[in-house]
Design a protein around this ligand. Sequence first.
Ligand code: G3I
Length: 573
Amino acid sequence: MYTRASHLMLMLLALMISACGGGGNSTHSTPTEEVPETPVEPSNPEPTDPEPTDPEPTDPEPTDPEPTDPEPTDPEPSDPLMVNGDFENGEVSPWVGNSGEVVLTNISSQSRSGGNSLQISGRTQNWQGALYGLTNRVVEDSTYHISAWVRMDNVASSNVSMTVKVSDGNGDNYLPLAQGTATDTGWIELAGNYTVATSGEVAEIAFYIEGPDAGVSYLIDDVTVTDINDDDLLRVDVEHLSALVEFPIGVAVPAGDAGNSVLNSPERQAIVEQHFSQITAENIMKPSYLQPSEGRFFFDDADALVAYANNNGMSVHGHALIWHFQIADWMANYSGDAQAWQQMLEAHVTEVASHFEGQLDSWDVVNEAFLDDGSYRNVDVGNDLGSVWYQNIGPQYIEYAFNAARAADADVDLYYNDYNISWNDTKLDAILTMAQDFLDRDIPISGIGFQMHVDKSGPGKAKIKQQFQKVVDLGLKVKITEVDLRMNADGRATTLTNQLLLQQKARYQEIVEAYIETVPPSLRGGISVWGIADPDTWIVPLYGNPDWPLMFDDQFQPKPALQGFANGLAVIP
Ligand code: G3I
């Protein structure tokens, strides 16, 4: 066990009376007693009186200076932090059972990502499980974020927990790191921070998953151990994000009369022009902005934004021609029969799409027409707002919009856009049934837009890939249109810690990897982030919790998330 203490002890022996009492865990205890500093030379010593005039004869300069003692550096652990955390090598090692009865099997019938996971069976006690040794992998005083995904195997659900075991001069200590309820229908994450604080001779540091009753077997996958203060992991070294790939890398930007409009913000322009090849208007190309009163169209702000994009070599994704929200009151309260409503809809789509004909890459033609239960958005249901389009025209309004858009612009890509479809099978399947019908009846649809307003806990990579694959199987393009990553959906965080920064980095990376690994180049409509920097996000005003869902911080500086995104783009499909 490599302890910073053993190296410093020489220097500080007299000082470290009681080193780091309670072991660290996610609530890691700081050392119990302030360690007094060694008296050292003050950095600006008082001026001393000058020496008398007849100086001592000086010795000649010795050629090779005396070798000085090297500065004690932090000891490097002998073993890498995580080996075989994703079980993709088909092996079990270095995982061991924490008791002789435990049977560990690398299986390929179920996984959270990739093809394999680890099955833990043969358990006769609820504390038995798969154990991972950290003894030669961690450094004293460092903090590690340990994360493991768990799924029940032979029962519907069970409590599970992650425990760190420390055997040192204080005997055996068991530190609870995380707990939860796992089921056999999905994966849950157990995660927490452990700060190494041992005393005396360290026999063993390890962590394991325990909890289910005897006889219950479970699976684990995608286990990671991350040194959350590891500068290498926190470092961002991305010159031009969008230059890493051929397809569009986009960002939603505020414009028009928005106080944070990109057109009036040099900091935001710098980020957009350095890293993105496409922009989406966050609001000003929505119906209420473009046709504020019947027959009166207002394109000035949108034209200025499109010009800005084109002048900076960026394309534009239009958002959105038809939506049940952000439509002007005259439109929402329009009176007329279904035919009149159809004509009003087609007039809006035709006017807007022909105005921007040849200037845009793609449009979200219809946004959010389905509910999470797979039904069409119709009347208000609970928190789900209804759709005046469906109420007055029926489901045909969707194909009317696509046909009108294509008639107005022969080349622009036409997307159906929605949220929760990166994990909600029922909703995506209903949308794809509509898309298949459109393909069968030659209604011009180019692809499906996945909004992907997700958070740190999911959906996982395997699930996202599954959803993308369904669209690819129809030969339709896949576009991630609005990705952002809530890091504080439960409202428990008050600050953006290194741990959250690294979790967010890993999440952006796996989402982008899922895209590259699943969507063939010919069907890549692009990946857009819903906002430039954290202060611009819609999430905080709406949900009220502090949050940091984007790739640039409140100083417009890149976050490790940008590196995660770039790493994802670099994955070989
Ligand atoms: O422009 C008015 C301003 O004049 C007024 O003073 C201010 C105070 O109320 O409101 C401003 O309008 C706000 C508008 O954003 C522009 O900032 C609206 O209240 C506010 O509701 C609107 O929020 C937008 C939201 O869509 C509306 O649903 C968010 O910025 C935008 O990020 C969000 O984006 C949606 C996508 O279009 C579709 N998918 C989900 C995504 C997130 O909700």
